[in-house]
Design a protein around this ligand. Structure first.
Ligand code: PTJ
Length: 252
């Protein structure tokens, strides 16, 4: 559908179109459309802008990624449809590998997502080769598959828009978890080490930019940024940011 230039919600409609095209191309799970709707509602409360507390989480995430030894960026259907090129830029800036890892299992879809990332410039994308598949302890066979060379071997995992059980399994496996989740109340948001409460359509590229900006900094300076970050406190601040925005616009 053509979105008129004058439409007041043009940006949001264009993002929806990207997801629908992703569904038609066999990248996105049908459930991905509903997951996006939930995210949109929280983005509305944020004023559809990257807030101060999301920026703080983005800085901490960049520092953790640059300090990591084996970082990995996990890509699902929604991420591939909404920001494949930006995720590839992040992998490059953070010297991380990429793994296609989907919640709703389907080998064909994983292969299409890997091809999409490669089309955007990624090399050696993991997750589509059945021989390299292992399983995250504490998850079911269908939900816990992960690549032995990728997520299973990583110390830091970026898992945007992730399911709560899988995030808990990653933590139990000793990984540092960075997520993007517009819902600050979700289990993933509360379980991850760093939750970026921002739309991935804005935040992914900003994270790549920060990794490039911080790449010349030494480990002590990066570690200071990480030490000054508290995920629970930051989530509480994001919730206050949303409620303050609501009061300003609608209640006061
Ligand atoms: O491609 P698959 O099979 O891996 O499936 C992907 C989805 C997203 C369907 C799957 O991982 C899923 O069901 O996720 P959940 O459990 O619904 O969690 C997704 C979270 O991401 C929710 O808390 C949403 O609020 C949030 N979210 C949705 N869209 C965005 C978002 N957060 C940031 N940016 C978005 N664009």
């Amino acid at each position: 559908m053509a979105v008129p230039r004058s439409h007041p919600r043009r940006e949001s409609l264009l993002v929806r179109e990207k997801l629908v095209r992703g569904l038609e191309r066999g990248l996105v799970a049908r459930e991905g459309l509903m997951a996006h709707g939930r995210g949109e509602a929280f983005d509305y409360l944020l004023g559809e802008a990257t807030g101060r507390h999301a920026r703080k989480a983005l800085r901490a995430a960049a520092a953790v990624l640059l300090l990591a030894e084996r970082p990995i960026i996990s890509v699902n259907g929604n991420v591939a449809a909404l920001c494949a090129a930006e995720a590839v830029r992040l992998a490059r800036a953070a010297r991380a590998r990429m793994e296609v890892n989907t919640f709703y299992g389907d080998g064909g879809r994983r292969a299409r997502i890997a091809a999409e990332l490669e089309r955007r410039g990624a090399r050696g994308v993991l997750g589509a080769n059945p021989e390299s598949r292992g399983r995250l302890a504490g998850t079911s066979r269908s939900r816990g598959a992960a690549d032995k060379e990728g997520i299973l071997a990583a110390d830091v995992v970026v898992v945007p828009l992730e399911d709560g059980d899988r995030t808990s399994a990653l933590k139990a496996a000793g990984k540092q978890v960075i997520t993007f989740d517009l819902n600050p109340l979700s289990r993933t948001a509360r379980t991850a080490d760093i939750t970026i409460v921002d739309n991935i359509t804005r935040g992914m590229d900003e994270l790549a930019r920060l990794c490039r900006e911080y790449s010349a900094r030494g480990a002590p300076a990066l570690s200071r940024i990480v030490r000054n970050f508290d995920n629970g406190a930051n989530l509480a601040a994001c919730i206050r940011e949303m409620t303050a925005g609501l009061r300003r616009q609608w209640i006061a």
